[in-house]
Design a protein around this ligand. Structure first.
Ligand code: ACO
Length: 376
């Protein structure tokens, strides 16, 4: 048997041309462009085009891509109707996972895996997932869903569907930046899940559904909600030090810190920190930002030597809170963006497929007797 790597740590299991990560130096690039350049100058739509086509679009190409995306914003009517029958206390990640799976039932050819079909299904899922999340949030509040508006960008459309009110340009841009920053990240757990599923030549819906299920775990995308719970649990700035030190002494994980790949500060956390500070000042949430900042300083003092730094989830919690999102929508926001990365990886996998089938080290007994049931 070849070397055993628990959790597949360090194992190279595929190839990608989308994101490059240097965990030691804290570098993330999409198709070679540093993430900070994209969050400063690009839009989510342009970033998705970049990831899926491995080049920046010309203006006409971006216009056509955006028009196509917007034309698909509205999910089939039965999908929105279904939301009315879902328990109001259901968790949005479970709702999103279920209804992305259900979109397959409205596709006349859900199994088509040729590249143009897979690209088209990916675009539809990316376009309609925001309406599913926003409509569920409204239905559970006893409100009617707001129809998507194809004249709006991905970010503006989502926030308008959620609040039945156009976001300010600052809020829309902040949300757009969050979408850019979360769009792709190498072979993380949920992306691996998507690639594993499509490698059986299953279908795009199954791959996206499985990836959403993976993302919601607290060790992965669910950590942004964990960060917010933690910030809410700390009553004041003065309590930050004893709270964090208590957790460190009890060897509990601090949500939003640590990463399988980064052993330096996650560059997305740097961008989100700046965004969180600005939004916190604009929305009167300075206390939240101050607590986050203090946690980061304590963690740096205590755990930087171990390579534990803030990850993408840490400052995204404050950012999403300032945008006005409810806590249980934080992880769905991650999913809305990461659908772009998952889809790109599914296309890459389909373009050069080999079934994922690792082996497992057997650690049980051998040659054991079969004992009849009344003698056990
Ligand atoms: N707080 C305190 N200590 C930590 C943390 C943390 N957040 N993360 C890691 N450590 C410590 C571990 O206790 C361990 O210490 P030890 O060597 O004394 O046993 C050491 O650092 C290595 O940690 P592992 O969990 O083995 O590292 P791994 O690479 O497997 O895990 C993970 C990475 C799962 C992200 C981990 O850092 C973690 O649980 N973080 C908190 C959850 C989180 O924020 N997840 C989001 C990750 S980013 C994303 O998915 C989008």
């Amino acid at each position: 048997m070849s070397d055993y790597a628990k959790g597949l740590e360090g194992v190279v299991a595929g190839e990608t041309q989308m994101s490059y990560i240097n965990g030691q130096q804290g570098i993330l690039e999409y198709v070679g462009i540093p993430i900070g350049e994209l969050s400063s100058h690009s839009t989510f739509e342009e970033t998705v085009f970049l990831l899926w086509n491995r080049r920046l679009p010309k203006r006409a190409e971006l216009d056509a891509f955006t028009k196509d995306l917007r034309s698909r914003y509205q999910p089939p009517a039965p999908i929105i109707e279904r939301l009315r029958g879902i328990p109001r206390d259901a968790q949005p990640m479970h709702v999103l996972r279920t209804l992305v799976s259900e979109l397959a039932l409205h596709d006349p050819d859900p199994n088509a895996n040729d590249i143009p079909s897979a690209q088209s299904k990916s675009l539809t899922i990316l376009a309609q997932a925001p309406a599913i999340v926003a409509a569920f949030d409204r239905v559970r509040r006893g409100l009617d869903p707001v129809r998507p508006d194809p004249s709006l960008s991905f970010a503006e459309n989502f926030l308008t569907m959620l609040n039945d009110k156009r976001p300010t340009p600052t809020m829309a841009r902040a949300f757009d930046i969050c979408m850019i920053l979360h769009a792709d990240h190498g072979l993380n757990n949920s992306t691996f899940t998507a690639r594993v599923i499509i490698s059986t030549l299953s279908d795009v819906y199954s791959a996206m559904t499985g990836a959403i299920g993976s993302l919601r775990g607290p060790l992965h995308g669910g950590a942004n909600e964990g960060v917010m719970h933690m910030l809410n649990e700390i009553p004041s700035l003065a309590e930050v030090e004893p709270y964090i030190m208590g957790k460190i002494q009890r060897k509990e994980k601090i949500m939003g810190f640590g990463h399988r790949v980064y052993k330096a500060k996650d560059p997305r956390a740097t961008d989100l920190m700046t965004l969180a500070e600005k939004l916190a000042n604009d929305t009167g949430n300075q206390d939240l930002y101050a607590k986050s900042s203090k946690i980061e300083k304590i963690m740096e003092r205590e755990l930087a030597a171990k390579g534990i730094f803030p990850n993408v989830d840490f400052y995204s919690a404050t950012t999403y809170h300032c945008i006005g999102l409810k806590l249980d929508l934080f992880t769905p926001m991650f999913a809305l963006s990461r659908l772009a990365g998952w889809s790109g990886h599914v296309i890459e996998q389909l373009s050069d497929n080999r079934l994922f089938r690792p082996t497992v080290k057997y650690t049980g007994p051998h040659d054991a007797p079969y004992v009849p049931i009344d003698r056990r």
